[in-house]
Design a protein around this ligand. Structure first.
Ligand code: C2O
Ligand code: CU
Length: 473
């Protein structure tokens, strides 16, 4: 019940204007025990994305399951994941959204030595929160994530509502030629603006798939935007759906109605499937001018014997609450660099660890006027800011550009306090979408020491400068 109390305190009581009674978040269940062991072999594989006569596409994945492995474990269990690098470049795994020890965070040079071709590295940690998380590489990400190098990490609680189905749905566009080969994943034109979009929309690696759901069942969908560029507003056409969690973390159930998600953002939703078999519900992206259908959910089987549908909240989490009265405020400006700076290959080659730093040749974006990489510091640029462990901070995230930027902080779930443009409920998240010219405020209690990346998750923006890190010491 301690977790339930802290969630109610931070998310509901502190939010202005909540007239409704706080829903009863069930307490988290007892911690499970044991270790989940997985081996993730990063390499090129073939996958059929386009129909014949196109050929298969040379994707890059962590397992033979396309579009990627789904690791399911229970809260309290330990994950031991061995990355085997079968690529011809170095790599690492970043566990997006997990509040883990810094050494497990998977950022080459910042938190670990990059894993060279042929080498392996074992990550070992206990995810503290239940929820829908994912993992991906953290270097050469335009190419590697663009070609599929990601997987899902789902941490289940032993308490909370029971669903008749629990389906992860990963939304991703691929940039493919008509023959199935990859097209151009990045261009200066795209990188300096909204990004380079893919041309083949998929859910779980398939174009407009038909996915069966149990008739009259309560269906939990874990909706992931794993695209590198696309912003989505996912809706269900044909069923009333409720959001239960954002970035894996529970919030009071609210109708699914305009929750815009940038790359890396997730929501968990629940809906009651129609009782008759053979009925279709469409998953659509309403963000585009013309809503795009992405997948069909089709009822099947004997109707489940469910009574009246009421969305029940997921178990509370126990993320430490920032002390908002004493919090220090830091402002971060997200801007474009006035002039794209080019780093000559010679300059790059002269930097120690140049190729390990994931340096880009062009810089279009900056955080606080600083672009990654900076001006030739030895090894790494200094942190954007150093925070005192145990203190609370409010970050004012200011978007000075006319573009969208999903801003992500590693190793933390922050409390989203609000925006100057939109009404948002107070909730926890690991990534927030900054709309053009928007200013958002988020808060953390700096309890997790280390160097934590802080960047835009439109991967071309990240790789052309909109990246830095926070030090908690
Ligand atoms: Cu998914 Cu550094 O991020
Ligand atoms: Cu961005």
């Amino acid at each position: 019940a301690g977790g339930a109390a802290s969630l109610a305190g931070g998310v509901l009581a502190a939010g202005a204007g909540w007239a409704v009674a706080a829903p009863a978040f069930p307490p988290p269940g007892p911690l499970a025990t044991g270790t989940v062991g997985v081996t993730l072999v990063a390499k090129q594989r073939e996958a059929r994305i386009l129909p014949e006569p196109a050929g298969p596409s040379p994707v890059i994945t962590y397992s033979d399951d396309f579009p990627g492995p789904v690791i399911r474990m229970k809260r309290g269990q330990r994950l031991r994941a061995t990355l085997v690098n079968g690529l011809d470049e170095h790599t690492s795994i970043h566990w997006h959204g997990i509040r883990l020890p810094n050494a497990q965070d998977g950022v080459p040079w910042l938190t670990q030595k990059p894993v060279q071709p042929g080498e392996s590295f074992t990550y070992d940690f206990v995810p503290p929160d239940s929820g829908s998380f994912f993992f991906h590489s953290h270097c050469d990400t335009v190419k590697l994530l663009g070609r599929g190098l990601a997987g899902l990490l789902i941490v289940e609680d032993t308490n909370g509502p029971v669903f008749d189905a629990d389906l992860p749905l990963m939304v991703k566009d691929w940039q493919l030629e008509a023959d199935g080969r990859f097209g151009t994943l990045t261009s200066d034109r795209g990188a300096a603006r909204a990004g380079t979009f893919g041309n083949v929309a998929t859910v779980n690696g398939r174009i407009d798939p038909v996915i069966e759901v149990p008739a009259n069942g309560d269906v939990r969908l874990r909706l992931y935007n794993v695209d590198s560029t696309r912003v989505v507003d996912l809706r269900l056409d044909g069923a009333e759906a409720f959001i239960l969690a954002v970035d894996g973390l529970p919030l009071a159930p609210r109708p699914l109605d305009g929750w815009v998600m940038g790359p890396a953002m997730r929501i968990d939703v629940v809906f009651r499937a129609p009782a008759e078999p053979g009925r279709d519900i469409r998953l659509v992206n309403a963000y585009a001018a013309e809503p795009r259908p992405l997948a069909t959910l089709r009822t099947a089987g004997a109707p489940r014997p469910n009574g009246r549908f009421t969305p029940r909240p997921l178990p509370a989490h126990d993320i430490p609450q920032p002390d908002l009265k004493r919090a220090e405020t830091h402002r971060f400006d997200f801007s474009s660099t006035a002039v794209a700076q080019s780093f000559a290959p010679a300059v790059l080659a002269g930097l120690p660890y140049a190729d390990s730093l994931c340096l880009s040749e062009k810089t279009f974006w900056a955080i606080d006027q600083k672009s990654w990489p900076q001006d030739g510091h030895e090894r790494l640029p200094p942190p954007l800011v150093t925070l005192t462990r145990g203190k609370s901070y409010v970050f004012e995230l200011v978007n000075l550009t006319p573009h969208l930027h999903p801003i992500h902080i590693h190793g933390y779930a922050f409390l989203v306090l609000g925006s100057d443009k939109r009404d948002l409920p107070r909730h926890h998240a690991d990534t927030v979408l900054l709309e053009p010219k928007e200013r958002m405020r988020v808060a953390i209690k700096a309890d997790n020491p280390g160097d934590w990346m802080f960047h835009c998750h439109i991967i071309e923006h990240q790789e052309t400068g909109m990246m830095g890190y926070l030090r908690v010491a």
